[in-house]
Design a protein around this ligand. Structure first.
Ligand SMILES: [Zn+2]
Length: 304
């Protein structure tokens, strides 16, 4: 009996694997409304609100450069079947306006209502910094906007979405408190967060860190000699103990800063994408915890 049950279990797993591998992405689930998000971080947050009631998928894959993404014909075909598209807004998805104009699918901008920080430098000065999800407090607003949109889409499950949102918002408060408490322990002389992209304004505000970056927004993907020189000057003058770069961009410019100043390369931070499920940041809450640990370890010279 046990052997036969084992064979059945193995067959069931094989069927699941085959189903998961067929075609591009998971099959359309006929039972549940399909919600597409523009990137993986939003998909994880949306799944926490949707529970089992909606099918949530990300248009861009793990590790994708999301600012200057070029949607494929397959993305457009898939999005045409969606019941709702979730985007961040604040000019994050530069490709998005053109993308949705080809579709007749409703969309919700989940950053609506957050307290925006403007970019202070470069060609983007005065424009909103799009990375508002890097503050867990802001994500609570994202969650409220998702509850409203999901309830419109699937009114019968409104109570479930609200209950899921309350549970998740409690976890957001916990991770926010952990971040603030842990980073408060970094000595005043070491409280600078130097990264490739200026993606950490919201986290730096919450944690009371001075933020500095090589370029404001991933777009050209190319650090200019002036940007690199100015970062080198800042790191040298302030004796910044460590610098960081993000998972979705090349760290070569930051390696130049390390070579020129003798500072430490503190490691890879996640912001615009989660990792694969088996990687260091399979969820948004993991992302904030991972970045907090990496920043502290880099700035204080302790083990992550
Ligand atoms: Zn970014």
């Amino acid at each position: 009996m046990r052997g036969r049950a084992g064979v059945v279990a193995v067959l069931a797993v094989l069927l699941l694997v085959v189903a998961g591998c067929s075609g591009a992405g998971p099959a359309r689930d006929a039972e549940r409304p399909l919600v597409l998000t523009t990137f993986t971080v939003l998909a994880d947050i949306a799944r926490n609100v949707a529970g089992e009631h909606l099918q949530v998928e990300s248009i861009t894959k793990v590790g994708a450069e999301i600012h200057g993404y070029e949607p494929t014909p397959g993305d457009i075909r898939k999005a045409a079947e969606a019941d709702l598209i979730v985007d961040n807004g604040l000019n994050l998805e530069l490709w998005f306006g053109r993308f949705v104009s080809e579709l007749s699918v409703p969309h919700v901008v989940v950053s609506d209502g957050v307290e925006v920080i403007d970019i202070s430098e470069d060609a983007y000065a005065g424009k909103p910094n799009p990375h508002a999800w890097m503050s867990p407090d802001n994500v609570a607003r994202y969650v409220d906007n998702m509850v409203a949109a999901f309830s419109n889409l699937d009114p019968a499950n409104t109570d479930a979405f609200r209950a899921n949102a309350e549970t998740y918002k409690a976890q957001l408060r916990t991770v926010h408190d952990e971040l603030v408490t842990a980073l408060a322990a970094v000595p005043a002389t070491q409280r600078a967060l130097v990264t490739c992209e200026g993606a950490f304004s919201y986290l730096a505000r919450d944690a009371g860190l001075t933020e500095r970056y090589i370029w404001a927004v991933n777009a050209e993907q190319q650090a200019t000699p002036q940007q690199v020189a100015s970062t080198i000057a800042f790191v040298s003058e302030n004796r910044v103990p460590a610098v960081f770069c993000e998972s979705t961009v090349s760290d070569s410019a930051m390696r130049q800063v390390v070579a020129a100043t003798g500072t430490r390369f503190g490691g890879i931070l996640y912001v615009d994408s989660l990792s694969e499920p088996g990687g260091p940041v399979p969820t948004y809450l993991d992302l904030i915890r991972h970045d907090t640990r990496t920043i502290i370890a880099g700035l204080t010279g302790s083990a992550a």
